[in-house]
Ligand binder design. Structure first.
Ligand code: SF4
Ligand code: SF4
Length: 148
């Protein structure tokens, strides 16, 4: 199904809830733990995910209740998308906030909700759950393929 590119040239605040939700590509990068250097403020991502992420299919196991279960689960807002700091640099919301079009593999362009995973653009099968990692050991799992 061809979807008209409703996301172009729009104010972020003008999207309906449904449109806003559909902008997420489902990459799962925002479900990874990050580390911030106390001196420089530099943020690095780790390959350690929130325990609610199903790491093989890259889906939240309890999306509707996620915010009551995981206190730092992000509810992306227009302000957050514009600021960008708390989201990875490939996040669809950041792209839209910068006036950049969505990539060709985005589900809204392919018409396939699984296209992000199928085309290797998600964290599926590349990360491990926090249940297997001691919180003090996160620095052993820093990755460079997700950037702040
Ligand atoms: S609760 Fe779900 S959406 Fe939120 S960070 Fe965890 S896996 Fe991701
Ligand atoms: S990083 Fe952005 S596009 Fe990827 S899952 Fe998180 S909110 Fe969606």
């Amino acid at each position: 199904m061809i979807i008209e590119p409703f996301w172009l040239d729009r104010a972020l605040e003008s999207f309906s809830i449904q449109e806003w939700e559909s902008l997420c590509d489902g990459c799962g990068k925002c479900c990874l733990h990050k580390l911030e250097d106390s001196q420089s403020g530099r943020v690095t991502y780790t390959r350690v995910s929130c325990q609610l992420l199903d790491t093989s299919v890259c889906k939240c196991k309890d999306y509707l209740q996620r915010q009551s279960k995981v206190k730092d689960c992000l509810q992306v807002t227009p302000a957050m998308a514009k600021n960008g700091d708390s989201l990875p640099n490939t996040c669809a919301y950041r792209l839209i906030a910068q006036g950049v079009d969505l990539p060709e593999w985005h589900p809204l362009k392919t018409g396939d909700k699984a296209s992000t995973v199928k085309q290797g653009k998600s964290v599926a099968n590349r990360v491990l759950s926090e249940i297997y990692v001691h919180p003090d050991g996160l620095d052993e799992h820093v990755i460079s393929w997700v950037k702040a």
